[in-house]
Design a protein around this ligand. Structure first.
Ligand SMILES: Nc1ncnc2c1ncn2[C@@H]1O[C@H](COP(=O)(O)OP(=O)(O)O)[C@@H](O)[C@H]1O
Ligand SMILES: [Mg+2]
Length: 242
């Protein structure tokens, strides 16, 4: 069994430097979801043990109506029937959480987020790879399994920050720092040697921690024409013994 998203979220919340970067996240209940939709224009509902972008539901306010999406299916609901629409997409045996929806930055019109791949081949966490994951057209998840593809991070940040190099560098450094803190935090309670951190940059340039995966996929990194990162990842996997 993987470590649940909520457990890791709560562990990260205990660390003051991470707190401003964690979007509000709660166990999903009817009242919590409706309350969050009063504060935020969209919320993401996800299975606590989900991966690969599976089972994610987005609810977005559109004036007096709400759009409830899962995969390529879409329903329009009144406030009183939002939960019915959500339930139609939910798998009853799974526990779900509800999270503030983030307005992800875009690259050539498509949303993107960032995957940081961390490993501990010896006694220290290191960043083996950092890449931007650009979503497939019209998708609201960026996962590789859902058609997301890798682009060099600096190129994507440059475009987001309109070629302001000092903003690009500051953002890059901050993501690196936060990722190491996240790895150390999750590693305090769980014995792990690899971690994949999903980071979002919103339209205002704020950095958000979406989640941390203790079993990250590495296929995304094979899509880059520069093979340095994937080589490092594979080399470290061999020394870790996985
Ligand atoms: N709160 C959110 N706001 C905006 N986009 C989100 C949010 N949560 C998830 N996403 C999008 O959905 C993707 C998958 O969500 P994530 O929590 O990483 O679950 P999984 O374990 O399935 O990868 C993210 O990479 C991101 O593109
Ligand atoms: Mg993820």
């Amino acid at each position: 069994m993987t470590i649940g998203k909520m457990k890791k979220h709560k562990e990260m919340l205990l660390i003051p430097v991470l707190r401003p970067h964690l979007p509000k996240t709660y166990w999903m209940t009817k009242s919590r979801t409706l309350r969050m939709l009063k504060t935020y224009s969209s919320v993401f509902i996800k299975p606590n043990h989900g991966s690969g972008g599976n089972g994610i539901i987005r609810v977005k306010r559109l004036g007096k109506r709400y759009e409830v999406r899962s995969g390529s299916s879409l329903k329009i609901a009144k406030r009183s029937s939002i939960l019915k629409a959500i339930r139609s997409y939910r798998k009853s045996k799974h526990r779900y959480l509800v999270q503030k929806g983030l307005r992800l930055g875009k690259y050539h019109g498509k949303i993107f987020d960032i995957r940081v791949y961390l490993q501990m081949p010896k006694h220290k966490w290191m960043i083996s790879g950092m890449v931007a994951r650009v979503a497939a057209p019209h998708k609201f998840v960026t996962n590789y399994q859902k058609g997301g593809h890798a682009k060099p991070l600096r190129r994507v940040l440059k475009s987001l920050f309109h070629h302001n190099q000092s903003k690009v560098d500051a953002c890059y450094r901050k993501i690196k720092k936060l990722s190491i803190v996240i790895a150390k935090t999750v590693n305090k309670r769980h014995s792990i040697h690899e971690l994949g951190v999903d980071i979002a940059i919103d339209k205002k340039g704020h950095i958000w921690i979406i989640e941390a995966n203790s079993r990250p996929g590495h296929m995304l990194f094979t899509q880059l024409s520069d093979h340095t990162m994937i080589r490092t990842i594979m080399k470290n996997k061999r020394s870790i013994g996985i």
